[in-house]
Design a binder for this molecule. Structure first.
Ligand code: SAH
Length: 248
């Protein structure tokens, strides 16, 4: 996955992207993240990248020039490119989108807005897709871009180590994850479920599957309508429901 992030605050993106798992993935080359400072593309001596809004009103607007020039510079490499505008007005990012981006062969360009946003002509002429991380407003697109890059990159085979695979995480198979426990076996009078210390792998597998179904049923029942349940899943889910309603 190859990404370019265009921003007025490169430090925010760098801090998020070059640490931890993503940092390791950028070192191995599985993920390449280029952070470009839009001020470097400003033409005046003060490196101005924002200006007052036409029509008046409060706040500043990001000028089109630096954004167009930065995207032109990226496109001049000749690689196919897909341009995203970080925006609360975009399609809301989710696991499905993360999977799509993890498989994208084009270079992904993320334009991060600040202030009141980016001059509308950027959206009209440069942007392939507006993308949001939820129905709320951030002060800038940097954290949103970092969220999208991290969630997508960890789905690329090899980015996570073998013992931290994404397949078992929530959403991967359409269900929420099962609960996790670690030592000590009893903590403040709360014991770990017996089955997990039983050493019986088949019982553990069934317990975890049932817990995943139960968590999804309780917290996100909408997800269950979108997946095909196996006969075993159906049976486990029936158990969950009858235990929940106190019948058996
Ligand atoms: N006036 C704009 C919001 C500007 S917030 C509006 O109401 O639509 C400043 C910048 O933060 C935006 O340009 C965008 O890049 C980023 N941003 C804010 N909320 C976001 C969200 N939910 N998802 C992605 N980016 C967001």
């Amino acid at each position: 996955m190859k990404c370019d992030v265009l921003t007025l605050f490169p430090g925010i993106v760098q801090a998020a992207v070059y640490e931890s798992i993503l940092g390791r993935a950028t070192e191995t080359g599985l993920v390449q993240v280029n952070v470009l400072d839009l001020r470097d593309f400003a033409v005046d001596k003060h490196n101005t990248a924002d200006d007052y809004p036409y029509g008046g009103g409060s706040g500043m607007v990001m000028k089109p020039g630096p954004v167009f020039d930065a995207v032109d510079a990226i496109k001049s490499c000749g690689e196919p490119v897909k341009v995203f505008l970080m925006s609360p007005q975009g399609v809301v990012f989710d696991h499905r989108k993360a999977l799509e981006l993890s498989r994208e062969t084009r270079r992904l360009v993320f334009i991060c807005g600040r202030y009141e946003g980016v001059d509308e002509r950027v959206r009209e002429a440069l942007v392939d897709e507006e993308i949001s991380i939820g129905d709320f407003v951030l002060s800038g697109g940097e954290l949103a871009a970092a969220v999208i890059i991290e969630a997508s990159a960890r789905l690329i085979p090899g980015v996570l180590g073998a013992d931290e695979s994404a397949e078992k995480d929530s959403f991967y198979d359409g269900l929420l994850d099962y609960p996790h426990y670690t030592r000590p076996a009893v903590y403040r009078d709360m014991a770990v479920p017996d089955v997990l210390t039983s050493g019986n792998h088949e019982r553990i597998r069934l317990w975890r599957r049932k817990q995943a179904l139960a968590a999804t049923f309780r917290k996100r029942p909408d997800l269950l309508n979108e997946i095909e349940l196996s006969p075993e899943d159906k049976k486990l889910l029936e158990e969950v429901e009858s235990e929940m309603w106190g019948t058996s």
